[in-house]
Design a protein around this ligand. Sequence first.
Ligand code: NZQ
Ligand code: ZN
Length: 391
Amino acid sequence: MENFSFYAPTYFQFGKDAEYQAGDLVKKFGGTKVLIHYGGGSVIRSGLLDRVKDSLKSAGLDYVELGGVKPNPRSGLVYEGIDLCKKENVDFILAVGGGSTIDSSKAIAAGVVYDGDFWDFYCGKPIEKALPVGTVLTIAAAGSEGSPDSVITKEEGMFKRGASGSAIRPKFSILNPALTQTLPSYQTAAGITDIMAHLYERYLTNSKEVEATDRVIEALMLTMIHEGPRVIADPDNYDARANIMWAGMLAHNNCCGVGRSQDWNSHNIEHELSALYDCAHGAGLAITMPAVFTYCVDHDVMRFAQVAVRVWGCQMDFANPKATALQGITALKNFLSSIGMPVSLKDINAKEEDIPKLVEILCRGNGRNGSISGFVTLNEDDCTNIYKMMF
Ligand code: NZQ
Ligand code: ZN
């Protein structure tokens, strides 16, 4: 295991009706004037936005609103949010929605207190200062409710890139699993897939002797494999929703990624798909992961065989461990397909002739130098082959 520091001070309020505590929590963390940021309208239709506003009013807090965050959030609305916060002297950002809304909120929070262009943070500049952010989560997926990360797409060039810094880790996150019961099945499944990806991207490590975190990741994968189909079959199953929601947080606040190198090639390869085709991030990952893992299996056959045996219940073939490793990848693919996720790039209307463009943006865009590096370093030819495998 490698040396690490880990400090993840988000306050979680979990359970039924937790959103009624939004006002008290904003106050507890020093907010006086709030920007409520939300997405395309699901929180209006469900009545959640009104409940949150009532809670702020009861706590005597003033607020302004900015809706309209799209899945795969764009820089345009971030600039708008920064201007609004400056004009209204906002000192706290409350995200009400999914990962896209939370990420847009984090970008605004960092941009308001920065003199330059907020996009600098998405070109590698660490975020050291930001307005405090709180969240009311409505989908278990991205893990942004407990992460120090934000992913934004810049319309100019359609670069989808991440920024990071402990300053944007939410001060508090309200997790009421019942709020996720209004999700369309496809979004629930995309969320499950994203959570599985956050676990795999940490499981695929070049660090040795990481049994404790391996076992935590395996437990969370098994939870998802158990609860995923239950919630797809019965969307109102509160307990399955609750387990998925907490697993989604644990999968991505990095408690199970410490002390080990991590992968993130699948995420980087996927981000170009959701940027170009505007597919759900989880749906893109369902297509990406099996291809990337199959392409990289020879790098560490035993690691893939280990997850196949411990998580997918495959029999270890000692004479041919690669066969076991590949069985595990097939089991993952079948699981994702069984919950309704796409398996081919054709399913999201991608075109083979777009591959050079995808590879160019992936490997050269926004200052990259011809490759991406995770569990395995992948150059432009590797990435071209992987995108081809996805058709
Ligand atoms: O916009 P509204 O109307 O709210 O609808 C959303 C959206 O259409 C809908 N939805 C959310 N909660 C709902 C609901 N509909 C009905 N009932 C509810 N309770 O679901 C759709 C997807 O929402 P979105 O916020 O985009 O989902 P998700 O949480 O999957 O976020 C995806 C974004 O997070 C990024 C992804 O790249 C993507 O841009 N990621 C962020 C990470 C981070 N910050 O740490 C890490 C992840 O790996 C990921 O890259
Ligand atoms: Zn993800």
